[in-house]
Write a protein that binds this ligand. Structure first.
Ligand SMILES: [Zn+2]
Ligand SMILES: [Zn+2]
Length: 1010
């Protein structure tokens, strides 16, 4: 039998190398084949409690990228962990299907330039069909990403926001709003995107990245005071086109205004701004002649200069006495411009309210493309933003122009198409969420946010409490179920498909669904006047659609169990998005100051390695599926959680991905192999040699007690940190336990004891296996939420092989709980002192160029009494760690006359002195250890199982001095390298065996293993 064969035969079921991609493929198959997800779903019956959950639905309009992955990993961590804790959580998928982004993509696919064109060319049925096809293409990618990432979300139970059943329940929420007079129709000023041809909610206007630096005119102009010669109001704007819809001027009632003489003219403006404005206008020669309070200007008329080319403006003056008059408004800011603000109620929110409360008519002569209508006279047909120059020219020719410059400023653009937004008064439907704002704030204050910054951001946004414009002039969305009577204006809100079908005046076609165009074809009969009622041609804001999910995705029975949910998490951008709409709709529906979620973690966004936003244009988007074709999901999960706090912006760095994370997971893997190989060799049975047995059998050494104690601490802290969503520091604990506690500290302390198969020490070895089994199995369970593939693999291939009664999957294992009885803080302290002294002794050796593995005669440790006491308790271990034959302790440094004998190093109050002296015996032991290490490395390289006892080891090309030094240690060496015999030679050429080259202190040596 050759060495290779025997190695293979005895190989454990864990392959020699950690190959995460292979493991992940295998485990994915295992989960599918054994229907593990289905089995987890069945735990509801036996669960100790239910934790509600509703999935924040990803929009099926984008390719899943690494930022999405980060959020999904956090959700999955919580699901797996809480399941192991014995809870049931409806971790069911959900997909956001409707809305503008989908429409825009379909327009692109169809090759249409806008909404009108796509409908004219292809018809609405075809358009809707294409929308559905588009989302299904993305759905495939998301399914793949979830599978690759190991997200245990239930895909069969997914909700789809476009399905009739979902839309009906969304309508029920609207019905409640209608009944409570929270749903209103009216003219409101909304942000409108000329590109997308729809209004945006105030939340959308504030989206990250919406504000862009744009260039606009900075125009000073003047309106002549009515009935005065040469007296003008000086006004400033960056949107000259709004002069077309100008209706009033506003001043700050309590500020001081002045008349400024400039040449022949007198200009009226606020006093504070005279100097800066004159400087800006480059006017040096001016004089203040008069002063008046803002209040005193109220009611003053001015001559609107463009009446001749906008006849409607002249007509407006006959409609209301305040048209083209000065009014007082608190919102006027006297620290910018001239303190005289021109009001265009058709184009500005403050302006709108100023007109509304005075009953002044709203002049908004715009069509859907934001082109002026014929009401705007000469401006008819011109796109609003293109009218700036013409307005300036017209003002100029009427002595109303003062000066224009270009300025760069931050201006909101459409988050989707990046067109400059225009504020327009339009007929819209609003949820009067301003009326329920106190309930919203009360509910929001009772939510757990885990971190302060996102909490403040969310509450700050909610406090704005603006009405929510929910109507959209689009196609692919939940239809607004409002029917209005053509004759008497009576309105009826439909709240179910059944009701609609019953009340319809038309025959319902087979393919009828709750979408345009089918719903539009249904008319109802007015209950008041028997007239025909038609649907208002709006769909709902897509945030209303997804925000309905806690009600719409469940049945009433499910909802009573799962809502309010225990925990939700989405990106920080959802403060204005889903987190907001969920909250508002739940409060509208319940009429209670209660949120539909008890806790909400807002995650930070994910950037590229250089900290730049990931975007298509930069080409730096990391797609989940592509990434995971070549990279491990476990590594990715571990890395992303370890890298930073969940609320931080994360810079995803491919280079980092395979460094520390790989080291940790690979170490866990190899430690498990080490345990498995040794334990199998000794026929370890964990059902017999339990932790209780070890504790009672009096076999435990201090290092074992120490390991147990640290283990308990790790379980406790880790669980607490998961609870507080401190995923990064939680994962750091696992990292530390594997790399430091187990690999660097504990295993080296016990390794030698496993190199023998002496029957005398059989029980001691079983004790060590018990401890390794306890620690490694426990940590494998703790890893499961973060690295489910590796944990499942180790669970199946190691622990389930050893124990008969374990559940079918690691996910059904009970979450470890700390045993306080085996915590020992004093011992932990003693070990801390021990490791510290050892580390100082290594530094001392380094200074004296004394290799760590060279045994030396003695060490002297000088330090405080307490430290000395701590380490004296562990002297055997200390001798081993420092690799000296004897240790002296002292609270005082030694006489200084023997520096030749000692090398030393100091840290804090501890100094370790090491004797430089090496006698022949120690020298021989040192050389033997050097060679033994090389033999062990070679054994491993050749694929020998660590537990296998070799026949013969031959070492050659040693000089006679070295051979003499080594003679007394041959037996010890044989036991160290697990061989029956060791032979030494001077020349390898004299013996015909397979030699392997190695080196010792710079000289070549040769090794043969049989
Ligand atoms: Zn747009
Ligand atoms: Zn009617």
């Amino acid at each position: 039998m050759t060495a290779q064969n025997s190695a293979e035969q005895k190989q454990s079921t864990l392959p020699q190398n950690y190959t995460p991609l292979e493991i992940e493929n295998e485990i994915r198959e295992f989960w599918a084949k054994n229907q593990i997800r289905e089995k987890l779903e069945q735990t509801e019956k036996t669960a100790k409690a239910v934790l509600g959950y509703v999935e924040g639905p990803p929009t099926l309009n984008g390719i899943p990228h690494i930022g999405h992955a980060r959020g999904r990993i956090m959700k999955d961590i919580r699901y797996r962990w809480k399941t192991m804790e014995g809870y049931y959580m409806p971790f069911w998928a959900g997909w956001d299907c409707q809305g503008l982004p989908v429409e825009l993509e379909v327009e692109k696919i169809l090759g249409a330039r806008n909404k009108r064109e796509s409908i004219e060319k292809y018809g609405m049925e075809r358009f809707i069909e294409e929308c559905k096809k588009a989302i299904m293409r993305y759905h495939q990618m998301w399914l793949e990403a979830d599978s690759r990432l190991g997200i245990a979300i239930n895909q069969e139970k997914a909700y789809w926001t476009y399905k009739d059943s979902y839309i009906e329940r969304e309508w029920q929420i609207l019905k409640r709003a209608w009944e409570q007079n929270l749903l209103e129709e009216g003219h409101y000023v909304v942000a409108y995107c000329p590109g997308c041809q729809t209004s945006l909610s105030s939340a959308e206007v504030g989206y990250e990245g919406s504000y862009k630096e744009v260039e606009d005119p900075s125009l000073y102009f003047k309106f002549k005071v009515a009935g005065k010669q040469n007296e003008y109001f000086l006004v400033w704007t960056t949107m000259p086109f709004t002069v077309v819809t100008d209706t009033m001027l506003a001043v700050q009632p309590n500020a001081e205004y002045v008349k400024v003489k400039v040449g022949e003219e007198t200009w009226i403006m606020v006093k504070e701004r005279v100097e800066p404005v004159m400087t800006e206008l480059e006017i040096n020669d001016y004089q203040i002649t008069d002063s008046i309070l803002g209040k005193g200007l109220e009611g003053t008329g001015y001559e609107y200069p463009l009446k001749d080319i906008i006849p409607k403006q002249a007509e407006l003056e006959t409609k209301h006495p305040l048209v083209h008059k000065v009014v007082g408004e608190e919102f006027v800011d006297v620290n910018t411009a001239t303190g005289v603000v021109h009001l265009s109620p058709g184009n500005g929110e403050d302006d709108f309210w100023a007109a509304q409360k005075r009953g002044v008519p709203i002049f908004a002569p715009y069509d859907d493309e934001v082109k002026f209508t014929s009401d705007a006279g000469l401006f008819a047909g011109i796109f609003a933003r293109d009218a700036d120059k013409m307005v300036i020219d017209e003002l100029n020719s009427r002595n109303a122009y003062v000066k224009v410059k270009r300025i760069k400023h931050e201006y909101p653009t459409c988050w989707r198409s990046h067109h400059k937004l225009v504020w327009l008064a339009r007929k819209e439907y609003f949820l009067r969420t301003d009326k329920i704002n106190s309930k919203v704030i009360e509910a929001a204050n009772n939510i757990e946010y885990f971190y302060e910054e996102p909490k403040n951001r969310f509450l700050g946004f909610l406090k704005e409490g603006k009405p929510w414009c929910i109507s959209r002039e689009r196609i692919w969305g939940t239809p607004l179920p409002m029917w209005t009577c053509e004759k008497c204006g009576n309105k009826h809100l439909v709240s179910s498909k059944k009701e609609l079908i019953e009340k319809a005046q038309e025959e319902i076609p087979e393919d009828f669904e709750l979408h345009k165009p089918w719903v539009d074809r249904i008319t109802l009969k007015c209950e008041k006047c028997s007239g025909t009622m038609r649907r208002e041609d709006f769909v709902l804001d897509t945030w209303h659609n997804s925000g309905a999910s806690p009600h719409a995705r469940f049945t009433d029975e499910e909802k009573s169990k799962f809502v309010p949910t225990s925990f939700l998490t989405e990106g920080i951008d959802q403060t204005r998005g889903w987190a907001n709409s969920l909250l508002l709709e739940h409060i509208i529906f319940t009429d209670k100051p209660e949120a539909p979620y008890k806790a909400f973690l807002f995650q930070g966004l994910t950037q590229d390695a250089k900290g730049r936003k990931m975007s298509k244009s930069l080409g730096n988007v990391v797609e989940t599926n592509k990434l995971l074709e070549k990279n491990s999901a476990d590594l990715c999960r571990f890395y992303m959680m370890r890298k930073c706090s969940p609320v931080d912006f994360m810079s995803f760095d491919m280079q980092e991905l395979n460094r520390r994370s790989y080291q940790v997971l690979s170490t866990l893997y190899h430690l498990t192999r080490f345990f498995m190989d040794n334990a199998t060799f000794d026929k370890f049975n964990p059902e017999k040699y339990t932790l209780e047995w070890a504790l009672n059998a009096n076999q435990l050494q201090p290092a074992d007690y120490w390991l147990l104690s640290i283990m308990q601490q790790t379980i406790e802290d880790y669980t607490q940190k998961l609870e507080r969503c401190e995923f990064n520091s939680a994962v750091a604990l696992l990292d530390n336990f594997v790399i430091e506690t187990l690999s660097r500290l504990y295993v080296p302390m016990i390794r030698k004891e496993l190199w023998t198969d002496d029957p005398e020490t059989f029980e001691r070895r079983q004790t060590i296996y018990t401890l390794l089994h306890h620690a490694l199995k426990t940590v494998t369970l703790l890893f499961n939420p973060v690295t489910p593939f590796l944990s499942e693999a180790l669970f199946q291939k190691v622990y389930r092989k050893m124990e008969n009664n374990l559940p079918e999957t690691v996910n059904l294992m009970e979450w470890p709980t700390p045993n306080s009885k085996i915590r020992n803080k004093t011992l932990e302290q003693q070990f801390e002192a021990l490791f510290k002294v050892a580390s100082i002794s290594f530094a001392a050796r380094q200074q004296g160029k004394l290799k760590r593995r060279w045994p030396l005669s003695k060490a002297l440790i000088v330090g405080p009494e307490k430290t000395l006491q701590d380490i004296k308790m562990l002297e055997t271990l200390l001798l081993e760690q420092t690799n000296v034959k004897s240790i002296e302790y002292s609270t005082q440094p030694p006489e200084q006359n023997n520096t030749e004998e000692w090398v030393s190093s100091q840290e804090d109050e501890i100094t370790v002195y090491i004797s430089r002296q090496r006698d022949e015996t120690l020298l021989g032991e040192g050389v033997m250890r050097d060679i033994a290490r090389r033999v062990q490395a070679l054994r491993k390289e050749l694929g020998f199982v660590p537990t296998e006892i070799l026949e013969l080891i031959q070492i050659s090309d040693l000089d006679t001095d070295t051979i003499n030094l080594l003679q007394p240690y041959l037996e010890e060496m044989a036991s160290l390298v697990r061989a029956k015999k060791v032979q030494l030679h001077t020349d390898h050429n004299t013996i015909q065996v397979q030699w392997h080259e190695s080196e010792l202190d710079g000289k070549k040596i040769y090794i043969n293993i049989k």
